[in-house]
Design a protein around this ligand. Sequence first.
Ligand code: SAH
Ligand code: SF4
Length: 366
Amino acid sequence: MAAEKKNLLGLTLKELEVFFESQGQQKFRAKQVFQWMHQKYVDNFDLMSDLSKDLRIRLNELSSVRLPDIISENHSNDGTIKWLFSSGVGQAIESVYIPEKDRGTLCISSQVGCALDCSFCATGFQGFNRNLSTAEIIGQVCYANRVLPRRNNNLPAISNVVFMGMGEPLANYKNVTKALKMLLADNAYGLSRRRVTLSTSGVVPNLQALGDDCNVSLAVSLHAPNDELRNKLVPINKIHPISELLDACWTYAKKQSNRYVTFEYVMLRDVNDSISQAKELAGLLKGKPAKINLIPFNPFSGSDYERSPVDRIRRFQSKLRELGIIVTTRKTRGDDIDAACGQLAGKVKNRVLTRLGEKKGRTVVS
Ligand code: SAH
Ligand code: SF4
């Protein structure tokens, strides 16, 4: 069987330069192809008009530019668009585009499923299959940029990218950091660090590494004000408890001249939404470069939790404010097409049963 052609979409500019040099080509060609892929969203060498014909033929022989295969596109009443992409036989991941007045946010996935098993999350509920490649991660951004103007010219272009789709980005460190660098690169998407946000449930060693490698904006899924409750909601807390996680956050913030870390807090009725829990939460974050984003729980089939009622969320938010904490409540978007936070389930088959990094074998689910 012929070897699969190299997918250039997932290569950083440096890697692409090495590839071109290894083919006896000049280095500057790499920059041209990089810009075609990530600024003009072109996946056909024959359309890359500043390359010689011979080079295009050679590139077609050796390589390709493969975006993820689209399975479906759903539009919400509020303008949100959800794309389902194939990630292998019977498997799929999701990306969500959220238009607002002055910006367009794309929420992307980093893994097929997630092994971290947070008890309130549809992705965790599905289990884990595999990490996405860099091409599959950046391909979501490339695809969305390419199709959006064809849908409606008035849609805001993608100005922000958040790693809040399926998967735990810091559990796929190498591929995710390469994609992050492409998002920031001037020759590619050229986004500022403020407009690229990685959300993590607290893979602390990799959070420390990220601060040195590529310190984009950080969101941390806290969800509980003490270890006892967080152990139940976010099981990775048993390995990296709150104090360790917060220390890593403050170190991260320092490396960005004390830019704020956003703490996500899912509002679960009668679980983590009492006034005493608001006080405990404020105690953890008071005086630190922190802001809280309350996320009303988005239900999915099979979940045991309920969303906190609006007045309870308001009381919780007011208490935090009164205690000097910056706090906002996230507007739920796209829930009519199951595109809201935590509802992304995609299709996860052949799950590797991993809990907190411990491999327990492989099973097939239908
Ligand atoms: N794995 C990363 C990023 C993906 S989840 C993380 O956990 O941070 C993105 C955000 O959605 C996280 O804050 C996550 O806790 C939250 N979330 C998960 N399930 C949810 C649900 N059912 N309702 C509301 N938010 C949810
Ligand atoms: Fe994974 Fe994040 Fe869902 Fe937890 S909340 S299971 S870390 S995707």
